[in-house]
Write a protein that binds this ligand. Structure first.
Ligand code: DGY
Length: 381
């Protein structure tokens, strides 16, 4: 393994922070510099191994900003602790790559970046839904290959989702936003499965239904299903928005895919292992009118054999949160988590996280997952 290159910013800072990948924008760096940090950024684009991160932590390191592709487990938190580290933040909202219990055991607060990915990720789920339903990937490949010889009534017939039923599995922030985009934009009925009801979503859609009625239009319906199976059977397109943990590993498997309509669209922008990808490949091979749109993969960056050969699958490389505003926001929130803890601030842990992107941010760490376990006070201002 060739040693990776690291670049130092603000070398005179008294607290040493490592950042395992280059981050977009400049506000994140300003936040760390304001907290008197010397910032060392790895400029390599390949994923860092645990040993490489351990070497970068070295014998003195106050905090780290890491990526969802890295394995932040006991080995790294022990190394960070013994180097005098007191804070870690994932530059992501998801943290299935972080052993939070291990971090807590070593007394290290763990931050994440909620609240700035919601609309961006939901939009990508919408984009994948329609790219799959309207076969844009296949059609573009056909065109680029010089195969278009003129307009044909039968060329690339897809699915019209207008006024059909959208299904959501996991109706948290991103799932509910996707649902609203599909309902409001395409007048679809909505069916969702979640362990908890989402009354805000249900009320919103009820009010939208009243609005449609007031205009003499057919109202839309929103229903919470008792089972994942019910959603899969009823919906014309289904988008998954769960976290990845033991309970959601291979939540979508061969048996459940078989329940879906033969011409349904399935979308995943959550985490790859929520879907049994080999089963999805087999299902798409057997059902040419079934379509999928995927942003995430079970063995990322690899894909299961056969996936890339499928014309009925649209694939993008984990870019659902990749808008400039969101990625700069994620970097700023992650830096603010670490800067806040190093400055002795309380945890904010509120849904309205956008004040941290403004010029004069709250004196708090925006989102600390294990704040309660570590007895970090919650902001009361
Ligand atoms: C996250 O933050 O968890 C997303 O997957 C990044 O796109």
């Amino acid at each position: 393994m060739a040693p990776k290159k690291w670049e130092t910013q603000n070398p005179s800072g008294t607290k040493r922070i490592i950042v395992t990948k280059e981050l977009p924008g400049s506000l994140w760096l300003e936040r760390l510099i304001q907290a008197d940090c010397r910032v060392e950024v790895c400029t390599a684009t390949d994923v860092l191994e645990v040993d490489e991160i351990k070497a970068a932590i070295g014998s003195q390191c106050d905090a780290a900003l890491g990526q969802l592709t890295e394995n932040w487990g006991d080995a790294l938190f022990a190394a960070l602790k013994s180097a005098g580290g007191t804070a870690y933040s994932n530059v992501a909202v998801g943290y299935n790559n972080v052993d939070v219990a291990a971090a807590t055991k070593h007394g290290i607060p763990v931050g994440n970046t909620p609240g700035v990915l919601t609309e961006t990720t939901a939009q990508m789920a919408v984009a994948l839904t329609f790219a799959a339903a309207r076969r844009t990937g296949e059609a573009e490949r056909f065109l680029r290959a010089g195969k278009y010889k003129g307009w044909l009534m039968t060329l690339f017939l897809g699915e019209l989702l207008w006024r059909k039923t959208v299904g959501i599995i996991g109706a948290g922030r991103i799932g509910a936003t996707y649902g609203r985009m599909m309902v409001e934009g395409h007048k679809m009925n909505l069916i969702y499965y979640d362990l908890y009801p989402n009354p805000e979503l249900e009320d919103y859609i009820a009010a939208y239904a009243d609005f449609l009625k007031s205009r003499g239009e057919e109202p839309v319906i929103c229903r919470r299903a008792d089972t994942v199976e019910d959603v899969l059977q009823q919906a014309d397109c289904v988008s998954v928005h769960t976290v990845l943990d033991e309970s959601t590993h291979h939540l979508i498997n061969a048996e459940r895919l078989n329940l879906m309509k033969a011409n349904a669209v399935f979308v995943n922008t959550s985490r790859g292992p929520v879907v049994d990808e080999a089963a999805l490949v087999a299902h798409c091979q057997k059902n040419p009118n079934f379509r999928a749109g995927l942003d995430v993969y079970e063995d990322e960056p690899d894909m299961k054999p056969g996936l890339v050969d499928l014309d009925n699958v649209v694939i993008v490389p984990h870019i659902a949160s990749a808008t400039r505003w969101t990625r700069e926001g994620m970097a700023t929130l992650a830096a603010s988590n670490v800067a806040g803890i190093l400055s002795g601030f309380p945890a904010w842990n509120r849904p309205d996280i956008l004040p941290f992107l403004e010029e004069d941010p709250p004196k708090a760490a925006p989102s600390i997952i294990n704040a309660d376990e570590l007895g970090i006070p919650i902001f009361k201002g």
